[in-house]
Design a protein around this ligand. Sequence first.
Ligand code: NAI
Length: 283
Amino acid sequence: MSVNKVMVIGAGQMGSGIAQVFAQAGFEVKLNDIADESLNKGYARIEKLLSRNVEKERMIEQEKENALKQISTTTKLEDANDCDLVIEAVVENMDVKTKVFKQLDDITPKHAILATNTSSLPITDIAAVTERPSQVIGMHFMNPVPVMKLVEIIRAIQTSDETYQLIEETTKKLNKNPVEVNDYPGFVSNRVLMPMINEAIYTVYEGVAEPEAIDEVMKLGMNHPMGPLQLADFIGLDTCLYIMEILHEGFGDSKYRPCPLLRKYVSAGWLGKKSGRGFYVYE
Ligand code: NAI
């Protein structure tokens, strides 16, 4: 089997990026969302990014047109009835995701693979609500999708080798690098990243150093392109807290306890760049 037709569900920040990279690689893509407005916004975002690539001479006009021609938009999930692969990128909510997967299980052809872009929910639990758990897998793209090379491919305990191999092959066709990971809280990316961010916040909390100093140490000393506190502000402190809670609950290990200062910032509505204030102030 090979993948030709793809549906991406959720036309938000991630879904529009995923649709774009599939279209650029020549796949036929249906972009789905429950809201017309989100669909229009998502499509406009793709057009804008492709146009910017043309302006910067990273691609020619014809390549942009070719990519756009590959994408159609729909609010009907039923349009997944001829797709070989569906990638779900709706809001990070287990009830919403499992509802979508149950519907997809009825709608899509028997051979279709159902993937989720979740960054924190258990793939094994999502697979378990379908009648085809061996064909369910995590495809965790990084933000911004058109730029970042990594796709963390997460195998649920039920995922078959055939499913994994096909998704690995498909990821390479997107000119991305697949990395194989098993389904445990935080996978690898957030399990390693978030405790580092949380520790940086503890370092502020305990008065060891100012945020600027901590970021400077990590940038200049460890060659990180961005310090952990600036990165936390970009990700959103509410998202950081939520993922620490998933790690803490999932492993029951106190080493994952969220820093009280992180909780306090989130309670204050200091969520980082998106709210204008986090560890730094954004005008
Ligand atoms: P977003 O809020 O930008 O987009 C979500 C979209 O899903 C919205 O357009 C919404 O209208 C749509 N939607 C909601 N329920 C739906 C349904 N039942 N059917 C169809 N569409 C529906 O969210 P974002 O940031 O794109 O995140 C999507 C997923 O990707 C989440 O699971 C998130 O955890 C994951 N993720 C996010 C990353 C990020 O940096 N934002 C990074 C990696 C993964």
